[in-house]
Design a binder for this molecule. Structure first.
Ligand code: HEM
Length: 298
């Protein structure tokens, strides 16, 4: 299989940055391609930075690439008064991560500068690892993530156009921590589906059907709908939450989990986590393999 962008699987970094761009309608494909090339080179020049670049279908095709089967713009899910996932599909995503916030910030400045002539940043979000990889709710995030080679199996497109690349889902979630923290710990554990201190999955009757784990741990025809998550917390004392960032071999894996979270699957249940956090952005992307990216940015 073609080699994936290595930054997808590089783990253990504590400093993160996401930049989502809207490309100017009049930008020529040659200028766009040059800007992205320069952005990637500039970002990689900062010390020890992982650079992952992903595209909406139209942006990738504008550069001359072939989009994988099934790639489409993210659409709103759910209806008020139930939980709603906002759709804010953008054109180009850069995810930068490394060991130090200052180096990652230098990389973000390089990307911002290189992209300025052709695109506007619509999301510009610095993030961090919180304690031992916890979400700001205090729960460990990533416990059930695939490990070793299972990461590639979950994340990478195995055949057809885009082989070695990945579908990507990003959503900026804003937490209402006051409400979450007002619950006692055992109720919080019922919302997530794991214990808070040690991240042990609840079992049997202790696991509510509307916990986050119950809504996202899904099998279809015996196949576990595994995805590979790389989300990171962001924010300040005022506004804070999780930048959800995840990779999958098939876009349908995201669809099925989101439908079950937002109350539009056949059982009508929604994920209780959506009562304490709101998805204010949402985009689907394609992160091409290194080879496909190099061929387009030549
Ligand atoms: C506010 C946003 C979110 C927060 C705070 C959050 C947090 C968590 C936590 C604490 C866990 C349990 C530990 C773990 O296995 O990682 C978890 C599991 C999981 N989450 Fe989320 N998550 C969020 C959004 C999402 C979204 C949008 C999806 C899918 C589209 C998702 C998919 C999953 C999956 C697949 C698991 C593992 C389930 C299993 O197999 O046990 N999460 N999440």
């Amino acid at each position: 299989m073609a080699a994936a962008q290595s930054g997808i699987f590089s783990e253990g970094t504590v400093a993160h940055y996401a930049l989502e761009f809207d490309v100017a309608p009049g930008a020529e494909s040659g200028s766009l391609s040059n800007a992205i090339k320069q952005a990637r080179t500039g970002a990689a020049a900062a010390s020890g930075i992982n650079v992952v670049t992903a595209f909406s279908g139209p942006a990738w095709e504008r550069l001359g690439g072939t989009a994988p089967d099934g790639l489409r713009p993210f659409e709103k899910i759910g209806d008020a008064p139930g939980p709603v996932a906002a759709a804010t599909q953008r054109d180009v995503l850069f995810w930068l991560h490394g060991a130090a916030h200052d180096d990652v910030f230098d990389a973000a400045l390089a990307v911002g500068g290189a992209m300025a002539p052709v695109a506007k940043p619509a999301l510009d979000q610095r993030g961090f690892v919180y304690h031992d990889s916890r979400d700001l709710t205090g729960f460990v995030d990533g416990s059930a993530n695939p490990k070793g080679d299972a990461r590639q199996d979950a994340a990478l497109i195995a055949d057809g156009p885009g082989t070695g690349g990945a579908f990507v889902l990003t959503q900026q979630w804003m937490h209402d921590l006051e409400s979450f923290n007002a619950m006692d710990v055992s109720e919080q554990e019922g919302v997530i589906g794991r214990t808070k201190a040690d991240s042990i999955e609840l079992e049997g009757d202790a696991m509510p059907p509307d916990s986050h784990v119950s809504r996202t741990d899904v099998k279809i025809d015996g196949v576990a709908m595994k995805i590979y998550r790389r989300s990171f917390p962001y924010g300040s004392v005022g506004a804070k939450g999780l930048y959800f960032l995840s990779f999958a071999c098939d876009i349908a894996r995201f669809d099925v989990q989101l439908q079950r979270m937002f109350g539009v699957s056949s059982d009508g249940l929604h994920d209780r986590l959506t009562e304490f956090s709101t998805a204010v952005t949402g985009s689907y992307w394609f992160a091409p393999s290194e080879g496909d990216l190099a061929a387009v940015l030549k």
